[in-house]
Design a protein. Structure first.
Length: 404
């Protein structure tokens, strides 16, 4: 069938007119773009703290094994495990019969030395008298010779002078003998005092106030001297000061620059369901090469003996603190490496990429040094298909009651 040219042309013009009308209608009434709902939080002021938790074992403030200074048999022990003792309180007493005999011998030696001193002094007085007599005789003969030269023979004068010199030598020897005898008295006295001092070591006393935590000997046991290097000397008891405890913390290398004496420490003892407040008392100032940690000590008062030595405590150290710092949630950061950016919601409800500078970081919050103002809304959570310029509907993140 043949279609007339005029009819075909009319159909084409109608189709073009219809398309043109549809396009114009679409341009006059565009379809609205739907805004994306996003979870946001507000940049606000917070007190930020960076802390470190470390677990450690409580140790006595002081602890010592009490050994005997001298060897002997344990005559009596006056304490048992768990007893609280005061400084200087008797702990145990030894007996050593041979030491008593040595002391008696030292007494006899001292008395003999004192007698020798008296004998030396008597000999000295005799030598002085003899020397004085011979000196007078020599001076008389010398005087006569000066007046009348031929009245006394020169031989007599020479003999008198020789006897005087002999007496002087004897006098010097007597004086030396006195000095030697007196030295022997001092030696004997020192030996006797040494034995007396050793006898005091037969009584063992507490060097400080504390608690007996171990008892290692019973009456009748042979106790070796604690100074003997060729034997393994057994202590009598172990004494611990537990009214004050030490918590020795292995602080990692990354936190060492923030450690300061006097910094507050919170100690949680799970076995007691209690929290105690303390401070850093001291630190070694040197890292252990094997663990790359530095020993840091916290002293904790324990006057009521609630905490037992050997318990575990978890210490929370305050490393850094910034008051009233502008912060955003950690989830707002697009990355943790430079450049650090966040997606902020502008006044036109469109997303803006903001480059920020951060400061102190905590597990929940990050301090914003620059790049945001207080009150700015930032996107938190997943942002996989979010791009700058996207129209969004902000939905504020819910906060627990009491949180800013």
């Amino acid at each position: 069938m043949t279609v007339p040219v005029r009819f075909y042309t009319a159909l084409c013009l109608g189709a073009v007119a219809t398309a043109s009308c549809s396009t114009a209608a679409g341009a006059a009434h565009p379809e609205p773009i739907a805004a994306r709902a996003v979870s946001v939080d507000r940049a606000s002021r917070h007190d930020l703290d960076r802390t470190l938790e470390l677990a450690a074992e409580f140790r006595p403030y002081q602890e010592v094994d009490l050994h005997a200074k001298v060897a002997g048999y344990l005559r009596a022990i006056f304490v048992d495990v768990g007893d609280h003792v005061a400084k200087g309180q008797p702990i145990a007493e030894l007996e050593a019969p041979e030491m008593t005999q040595e002391l008696a011998q030292a007494d006899a030696t001292l008395r003999r030395s004192q007698v020798d001193v008296e004998r030396a002094h008597a000999e000295l007085r005799r030598s002085e008298a003899q020397e004085n007599l011979r000196r007078v005789g020599f001076e008389r003969l010398s005087g006569v010779v000066k007046v009348r030269r031929n009245l006394v023979a020169q031989q007599d004068v020479d003999d008198a002078q020789a006897r005087l010199q002999e007496s002087e030598a004897q006098l010097a020897a007597s004086r030396a003998a006195v000095g030697g005898a007196e030295e022997q008295v001092q030696i004997a006295t020192a030996g006797r005092e040494r034995l007396q001092t050793l006898q005091t070591y037969l009584k063992i006393s507490a060097p400080f106030a504390g608690t007996i935590t171990r008892r290692l000997a019973d009456p009748g046991a042979m106790i070796q001297a604690g100074t003997a290097s060729n034997v393994q000397a057994m202590p009598v008891v172990q004494l611990s000061q537990v009214d004050r405890l030490r918590l020795i913390l292995p602080v990692p290398e990354s936190a060492v620059p923030q450690i300061r004496v006097g910094s507050p420490v919170e100690v949680r003892v799970d076995a007691l369901s209690r929290v105690f407040q303390g401070h850093i008392s001291r630190f070694s100032g040197k890292l252990d090469a094997a663990t790359r940690t530095m020993e840091t000590e916290v002293d904790l008062p324990n006057s009521d003996l609630t905490i037992k030595a050997g318990m575990f405590g978890v210490a929370t150290l305050l490393l850094e603190q910034h008051r009233d710092a502008l912060a955003v949630p950690v989830q707002a950061l697009a990355s943790r490496t430079a450049p650090i950016t966040v997606l902020a919601v502008g006044d036109d409800h469109r997303l803006q990429e903001r480059r920020i500078e951060i400061g102190l970081q905590t597990p929940e919050q990050v301090e914003v040094v620059s790049g945001l103002n207080e009150g700015d809304l930032v996107v938190v959570g997943a942002r996989g298909d979010l791009r700058p310029g996207l129209l969004v509907t902000p939905k504020p993140k819910a906060h627990p009651a009491g949180e800013r």
